[in-house]
Design a protein around this ligand. Structure first.
Ligand code: UD1
Length: 428
């Protein structure tokens, strides 16, 4: 298994270009199945979660042709299967989006339950509630989720909690239903808007994405389109925090600053100087970060996917901060790893009380999940000495060329292979 080896202490300075959004890509790609002619999708991040989705699409019968590293032509007209089995679904949380896409396309779908990060129970009851309201019957057969419908009809669905996944899945299933579907208490994340823009560019009729009420007027046909995925808000936020934590000065380009508002606000509160351009943000920090409290919330609140990275910044802040996690019930597993590096953090239910340490020390740590892994990289960058991070396959799920991007701004980070005869340096 590969590891990252980070020698801490370097200030990050320079420019990092952000890749396409993982969470938009894993929703938009399955939705391509609904098109009646090929689509070209651009700005697709080169990460393992996306390759998992493309592999599943190809297994279903779609023809996936790479044009460049980050753009693909996908022809879904050859899709005959409606089954995504366990091998294909494993390791990608977004496998559930094939339920909505195949239900919309074939009126039937059989999909193994999603894998993904160990950040808490990941129920799909709200997705199922939506499918059933649209007229589908949903059951569990031999461990697979099976949805079938004679026809899909527009409906009103009120989500009991703000769920990104349920909002995505119901939108995808409803675009070709007969009549109007209304999703109330919908998620408002940037990738929901991106998915709606993509579907509309195929001929769908979706209004209100980005608000908590989304209206989807069903259409009979969806045509192929060329579409470019938005930049990744969380990748951008991760590098912003890394810049601040190392007291660096980094321009993070190919971003939509509006999507970063809550992260910008909290970084400013911690003492960073932030300049915003049309498509970039510049983060500079010339002192020890100050304490601040953070509570994760659905968009436009502070994203849960930035919680471990921000907590790492607060672990070296001057003073005591409280981080409250209100989306996932098990998102503090990384705290133990940070304490191996000298952080002082006490978890009490949904909150972590962080007493800033003057410095962290390099240690052997593991990535417990994708964003926990990003937090370990930030911790390694600021720590004294060497940090070895294992289980980096989680990080590969969501960060394209993380070693190259960080090295270009002055970090000392390498990917190494833990091979039989010791460590072998290897290109990322
Ligand atoms: C998505 C993101 C993930 C992010 C999360 C919250 C993708 C691929 N993943 O995950 O990175 O951390 O949003 O911003 O976009 N819930 C239910 N029943 C359901 C659905 C959700 O109880 O049917 C609960 C979950 O347990 C969780 C909360 O609702 O506590 C939010 O989950 P949701 O927004 O659905 O997250 P995901 O779409 O899985």
């Amino acid at each position: 298994m590969d590891k990252f080896v980070v020698n801490g202490g370097n200030r990050l300075c320079g420019r990092i270009c952000v890749s396409g959004a993982k969470n938009a890509a894993v929703a938009i790609l399955p939705a391509v199945l609904l098109a009646e002619s090929p689509c070209i999708i651009e700005n697709v991040p080169d990460i393992s979660d996306v390759h998992g989705v493309l592999r599943a699409m190809s297994a279903l019968g779609a023809t996936v042709t790479p044009i460049t590293r980050n753009s693909f032509e996908i022809d879904p007209t050859g899709v005959r299967s409606y089954v995504v089995n366990k091998e294909l679904a494993q390791g990608m949380r977004a496998s559930s989006y094939f339920l909505g896409a195949l239900l919309g396309k074939c009126k039937k779908a059989k999909v193994a339950p999603p894998g993904g990060c160990a950040i808490g129970l990941r129920p799909i009851d709200q997705h199922i509630k939506g499918f059933e309201a649209l007229g589908a019957k949903v059951s569990i057969e031999s461990g697979m989720v099976v949805a079938r419908a004679d026809k899909l009809s527009g409906c009103s669905v009120y989500l009991d909690m703000v769920s990104v996944g349920a909002t995505v899945n119901i939108m995808i299933a409803a675009v070709r239903a007969k009549g109007m579907t209304i999703i109330e208490n919908a998620a408002r994340e940037p990738h929901i808007v991106d998915l709606a823009n993509f579907l509309n560019s195929m001929g769908a009729d979706i209004m209100g994405a980005g608000t908590s009420v989304i209206k989807i007027r069903g259409v009979e046909h969806l045509h192929g389109t060329t579409y470019s995925i938005i930049p990744d808000q969380i990748e951008a936020g991760t590098y912003m925090v890394a810049a601040a934590a190392t007291r660096g000065d980094v321009v993070i380009s190919n971003v939509i600053p509006k999507h970063l508002e809550s992260i910008i606000a909290k970084l400013k509160e911690a003492g960073a100087t932030i300049e915003e351009g049309d498509e970039f943000v510049r983060v500079a920090m010339n002192k020890r970060p100050g304490k601040c409290n953070v509570k994760t919330m659905p968009h436009p609140g502070f994203p849960t996917d930035m919680q471990p990275q921000f907590a790492t910044l607060l672990a070296i802040a001057d003073g005591t901060s409280i981080v409250t996690e209100s989306v996932w019930e098990n998102r503090f597993r990384y705290v133990e790893q940070l304490t191996f590096m000298g952080a002082s953090i006490q978890v009490d239910g949904k909150s972590a009380i962080i007493t800033g340490a003057k410095k962290l020390k390099g240690a052997h740590v593991q990535a417990d999940d994708l964003r926990a892994g990003a937090a370990m990289i930030i911790a390694g960058l600021v720590a004294e000495g060497q940090t070895e991070i294992s289980s980096i396959e989680y990080i590969d799920r969501g960060y394209e060329m993380v070693v190259e991007k960080l090295t270009a701004v002055g970090a000392d980070i390498k990917r190494v292979s833990d091979e039989k005869y010791g460590y072998t340096l290897k290109a990322n």
